[in-house]
Write a protein that binds this ligand. Sequence first.
Ligand SMILES: Nc1nc2c(ncn2[C@@H]2O[C@H](COP(=O)(O)OP(=O)(O)OP(=O)(O)O)[C@@H](O)[C@H]2O)c(=O)[nH]1
Length: 385
Amino acid sequence: MSQPSWTAPRQIPVCILTGFLGAGKTTLLNRVIRTPFLSDAAVIINEFGDVGIDHLLVEQSGDGIIELSDGCLCCTVRGELVDTLADLMDRMQTGRVRPFSRVIVETTGLADPVPVMQAVMGNPALAQSYRLEGIVTVVDAVNGMSTLDLHEEARRQVAVADRLVLTKMVSGDASGEIRSRLRIFNPQAELLDGDGDLAPGSLFDLGAYDPARKSLDVARWLGAGHGHHDGGHDHGHHQGHDHAGHSHQHAHEVNRHDASIRSDSLVTSRPISQMALSMFLDLLRSAHGPNLLRMKGIVKLSDDPSRPVVVHCVQSLMAEPVRLARWPDGAGPETRLVVITRDMPAGFVSELFAAFSDEPDIGRPDSAALMDNPLAIPGGSPRRR
Ligand SMILES: Nc1nc2c(ncn2[C@@H]2O[C@H](COP(=O)(O)OP(=O)(O)OP(=O)(O)O)[C@@H](O)[C@H]2O)c(=O)[nH]1
């Protein structure tokens, strides 16, 4: 992990709007595109196939910018989206398009959002101008269950979301099953009613760290208050509590269709050294990067527990950590990390973190032992693909 930066340049937030084919992404965008919150947004629409029509369906707001990135994001994301974002910035800086302060990328319904996130975060030139704000995933209440059963991309779209929007609801009762499943799948994401009165700010302002305002809405970003799913369903969901010391971990394992994807929520008030944090993150990213779909959080460091560091990564890519001047209002002071993984054994991430954060436990090496011998990793060896 590189040294956290004290100040970050002004970067334009990029929000990814995803959701399976026909879930209602374009409809949702149309509902909010003309509102003041999005009046200076640039919208990039990715379409699949030679004859795209989605961009024709999105009503332009005034001189709103609609960029078309054709081709499948899964295949062309690194070239196409990176080029489009770079070109857009160049055109703004040379006065060829009006200034924009936010970008929304609507993906094709077939897109795996992870490479899309990587494209925004992983290009050094783009990282100067843009920062990944987060993911909004639209889920269709009518077809959502079968879509999640059948499509890995749809499961990933839900798992990595910061915010989930449920569309096409028939009645409150009928949507109970899909709500429960989404909660199991992604306990942290805020779940919004797409038929309700949606303010664009509640859709696209995801609470991520904003270098311009130097603000972080931890509850929105990490989902405080959304951490528990609706009860009543048992799809193999396991939740572990360990209140020894000051920490607890919640691990959420989803039903047999989704069994490969897990979400771990790691919380501890015990400060962690920067070295131990770096080793924990490096180990996860280097050894398990392909299975680390997303990790984000705020960490209490032992050198100065009053100034937390904000970290987030997508697979092996890590954004520049940012050291805050103080704990954000309403947060902490405790470390909170959300880790979304695929094909990792239950307990692996939480055990590894507990070892690095020196949670006492018989038979578990502490951080000093792990730094001496990183092979003594607790939690067993994850399956590899
Ligand atoms: N009843 C109802 N229909 C909706 C809602 N949202 C979208 N639809 C309908 O669902 C269909 C697909 O909506 P789109 O907004 O085009 O979905 P999309 O996710 O952009 O679709 P793709 O671009 O094909 O992935 C359209 O016929 C919409 O009118 C909703 O909240 N309620």
